[in-house]
Design a protein. Structure first.
Length: 57
């Protein structure tokens, strides 16, 4: 599989423009309080799973 840059991927998908996902994510999550937030960029999967398990019982 070939890696494609963000702009190229958006145009390849048709009716999407570069930055659309980021804008929508910010809009959807505005003023929303989540039960748990996990930083997937800075934690290992097992640590994330443990955090979710501890929170959900």
């Amino acid at each position: 599989m070939t890696r494609v840059g963000r702009g190229a991927r958006c145009s390849y998908r048709g009716a999407r423009v570069p930055g659309m996902a980021k804008t929508r994510t910010e809009l959807v999550h505005r003023r929303v309080r989540h039960d748990l937030e996990v930083d997937t960029a800075r934690t290992e999967s097992l640590d994330r799973a443990r955090a979710v398990a501890a929170r959900t019982g």
